[in-house]
Design a binder for this molecule. Structure first.
Ligand code: G4P
Length: 190
């Protein structure tokens, strides 16, 4: 997606060989016009998948996911990173380890909003090692629903997440694929 790649080139800050900061349009301030274009692109890519719900994880996945839901006319659910006491008896739970943050979170989704037979499109802002996406996919499967695909805004292709998800049989579509952040420069995959 050229608009997104241009934004990354113009505003992304390479913090290290591993981490790209995009606080000006995705992770802190958010660009609604860009988010809408991202939503349209996910809707186009997954138009034939029979999507009935979109699932993301708080917080930065919410903006691209709600825009995709708006275009596709389906509800969007965000997994919470901490158990809510009021939902306790009626939640799906998975553990997600973050390599970037070196911590494990429990992610939760209410059983009310994920049903057998649902076709669920998973959306997230970054794909690194794939832990969050695998956790979300496991929640979909716990519910007896199926994963329609995984839509990612920025994939770091030099980390293992995309390959592992594809090996596990999921369709992964990333709107920008970063091949390397070496020497302080963003290099995109072809
Ligand atoms: P993984 O799920 O693919 O294995 O990724 P990982 O655990 O490494 O990522 C943990 C958090 O760090 C996630 O955000 C993810 O979006 C973010 N992240 C990973 N790599 C980068 C990067 O290069 N740049 C930026 N800006 N973020 C990165 P989170 O903790 O869920 O935070 P948020 O959604 O509340 O923003």
């Amino acid at each position: 997606m050229d608009l997104l790649k241009q934004k990354i080139t113009d505003e992304g800050i390479v913090l290290s060989d591993q981490v790209l900061k995009v606080d000006s349009f995705l992770n802190h301030q958010m660009d609604p016009v860009l988010m809408m274009e991202i939503g349209k692109e996910f809707a186009r890519l997954f138009a034939e998948e029979g999507v009935t719900r979109i699932l993301t994880i708080e917080s930065s996945g919410i903006a691209p996911a709600i825009m995709a839901g708006l275009v596709m006319h389906v509800p969007m659910i965000f997994a919470r990173k901490q158990k809510s006491l009021t939902l306790r008896d009626d939640i799906f739970v998975e553990k997600v380890f973050s390599f970037t943050k070196k911590e494990t979170n429990e992610i939760t989704v209410s059983k009310k909003y994920m049903k057998p037979g649902d076709r669920v499109l998973i959306i997230d802002d970054f794909l690194a090692h794939g832990e969050a996406a695998f956790g979300l996919a496991k929640i979909v499967e716990q519910a007896g629903a199926s994963v329609a695909g995984i839509g990612i805004v920025i994939e770091k292709s030099f980390q293992q997440g995309a390959d592992k998800l594809k090996e596990a049989g999921y369709r992964v579509e990333s709107l920008a694929r970063v091949a390397s952040l070496e020497n302080g420069t963003v290099r995109f995959a072809e």
